[in-house]
Design a protein around this ligand. Sequence first.
Ligand code: SAH
Length: 345
Amino acid sequence: MDNILDFDMEELKSWMRDNCESEFRAKQIMDWIYKNGQCDFDNMTNIPKKLLEKLKTNFYIGTTELVKKCESKFRDTFKFLYEYKDGNMVETVVMKYKHGNSICISTQVGCRMGCKFCASTIDGMVRNLTAGEMLGQILKSQNEIGERISNIVLMGSGEPLDNYENVLKFLKIVNSEYSFNIGQRHITLSTCGIVPKIKDLADRDLQITLAISLHAPNDVMRKKIMPIANKYSIKDVIDACKYYIDKTGKRVSFEYALVSGVNDSLKCCDELTELISGLLCHVNLIPVNEVKENNLKKSSSDDVKKFYHRLIKNKIETTIRREMGSDIDAACGQLRRSYLKSKKL
Ligand code: SAH
C-alpha cells in the first residue's frame, strides 16, 4: 500500500493510465484531499465505486493521528503530537498571526545533527519523513484548526537538508496549484548549515527563504554547541549564503539562540556583526528555550535587549523572536520527548 500523498499529479495520472482509468480522476482525487481536506476515500462521492475499491486496495491517505494537542494560553499557538502508521511520532506547531496561519513542520523523526541546546536530537535520528508524511502534517493541522494554512516553516524536528530529496518533493507538491498552493515566498527552510546542499538549493532557482541556524560568531564557539561546525566552517556557511543571495536575490535569515554566558556577550555581538555586515540578511534572536536534558540557560531579557540594540546600532537588521507557546513545550522535540517518557513510566 502506498501513501497517496507521496504522489504528485503526474504520478497519480500515470497510475490512472496504468490502471485503465481516466486521467481526470487524479485531479478529482487531489481536489478531495487538498481542497476539501477529505481523508476517507469512501466520502469521495463523484468517484465510481469500482475505482474507489481499486484505490483502497492500493493506497491509504497518509494523514497523521492526533495523539496530543496543546494550546497556548493566548490561544495563538497550537502544538500537535502526531503519530504515523508505524507508530513514530512527530511534532507540528501552528501559529496564528494576523496575516495568516503559519505551520512549523518536522522533516525527520528525531535528528542526527546533535546541537547541544536542542531536544529533538537527544535520542538521535529514527528515520526520514517522506514528502507525503510532511504534507500529512499540514492536512491534519488544517482540519484540526478549521482554517487554511498560508505559511510554512521547515523548522520542526529534523534537518531538512539531511532529507533533501523528500524535502524537494514536498516543496514541489505543496507549492502546486492542485495541492495546497502555498507560494514559495511563504515558505522558509531552516538548516544548521549543510553547505553543499545550500548551494544545490540555490541552483534550483526557488523563491523560498533560507534560514541558517548560526548561533555563534566563530568556529570555536560554534563547535561547542553545534557538531556540524566540525564539518563546515563558518566561512564556508557564509560563502554558501552569499551564493544563495546572488542566485536568488533573497534575503537570508540568521537564527541566533542566546544562551547565557555562552554566546550572548557584546563581544560576540560585534564579532557577529563583522561576519555578516554587508550581506542581504536579517538576524532573528531567540532566547534559548531551556531543555531539561542540558544545562544551558536562557539569556536574561536584559542581555537579550543589549544584544539586540547593539546589532541595531551596528546596522544589522534584527528581530527578537516572540516566544509563542513556550508554555506548551513548543521548542523542538520537547513534547514528543515528554510524551514518550511518560508512556515508559
Ligand atoms: N535542523 C534545522 C531545523 C530544525 S531546528 C536547523 O537546525 O535549522 C529549528 C530552529 O530551532 C533552529 O534554529 C534551531 O537551532 C532552533 N532550536 C532548537 N532547539 C532550540 C532551543 N532549545 N531553543 C531555541 N532554539 C532552538
